[in-house]
Design a protein around this ligand. Structure first.
Ligand code: SIN
Length: 283
């Protein structure tokens, strides 16, 4: 299949689109890569089917979209530092990414997004949910929007990837470099999308610890309100995986959650993360 015509089919009223008419095993023209980046910014998460590509083709595809981020905390696929394994074996209970989150919000410059490729999927279950944080922002009342626009929040890697968390979470060999989990970053609570200018609610349950200048305890009620609000069904889309399916999410404007409903089955995904650019608030 040549990459001449992209068909874009939205997957929900809030976000997400399936892209058809493309073969990611082939090198992408600059125009096609730009069209894919445009669809990603517009829809927040985009999906491809039946892309049985090699690790080298996965890396080449990622590099045609943006520079690749080498993940510090996930085990890499053998021989490929660029590819992180998102894996759950039949005898494991906990999955990776099972609560709503935005990857790398603990970094000073959070990732642009990730390209997740299904290698081995359970016969049923193991879907991924995505939620639109521009829809979540737009649905807040104007007074709360204005208040949040003047606030910043602190995000951390320590309580998720650090040594203590590693012991408690019992993730086996799937996570590495616990001692390197020293990143904290403060970001505006409302950011502007660097490509389309949309206002986005930028806190997430997994990595945000508190509002800057507020204690953890004081921050909790408002953060809990925002987490419940952001997880409303009308802001979501849900993706069912088959081997060769790919999802690419815009990490600035969406949350995602890997549903852990396939105990006793194996699920192996290959993830490549794309480097981001500095994010900024709305003022
Ligand atoms: C992730 O959170 O990066 C993984 C999502 C998934 O496994 O569906």
């Amino acid at each position: 299949m040549s990459n001449t015509h992209l068909e874009i089919i939205p997957t929900s009223g809030a976000l997400g689109a399936e892209l058809h008419g493309i073969n990611l095993a082939q090198p992408l023209s600059r125009d096609t890569a730009q069209e894919i980046r445009g669809a990603l910014a517009e829809h927040g998460v985009i999906f491809f089917r039946d892309q049985n590509i090699t690790p080298e083709q996965h890396i080449a595809f990622a590099e045609s979209l943006a520079p690749v981020n080498i993940n510090r905390f996930f085990k890499h696929a053998d021989g490929y530092a660029q590819i992180s394994e998102v894996r759950k074996e039949p005898d494991q209970n906990k999955n990776i990414g099972g609560a709503w989150h935005t990857d790398h919000s603990y970094d000073q410059v959070p990732a642009l997004g990730s390209i997740l490729l299904a290698r081995d999927v359970p016969p049923r279950g193991g879907d991924t949910l995505f939620a639109s944080m521009w829809q979540a922002y737009d649905a807040l009342s104007p007074g709360l929007q204005k208040t949040l626009e003047g606030m910043r929040a602190v995000h951390s890697s320590r309580h998720v990837f650090g040594p203590e968390a590693r012991r408690e979470r019992n993730m086996g060999d799937r996570l590495v470099n616990a001692e390197q989990a020293t990143q904290d970053a403060a970001h505006p609570v409302v950011i502007r999308h660097p490509e389309n200018g949309r206002k986005i609610l930028y806190v997430n349950r997994t990595f945000t610890t508190h509002f800057e200048g507020w204690s953890v305890e004081d921050s909790k009620p408002l953060l809990e309100y925002l987490y419940a609000h952001g997880a409303r069904a009308e802001f979501q889309t849900r993706f069912q995986w088959k081997p060769g399916s790919i999802a690419i999410w815009d990490n600035r404007s969406t949350w995602h959650l890997a549903v852990n409903d396939y105990h006793g089955e194996r699920r192996l995904m290959h993830r490549i993360t794309l480097e981001g650019t500095p994010i900024s608030g709305v003022h």
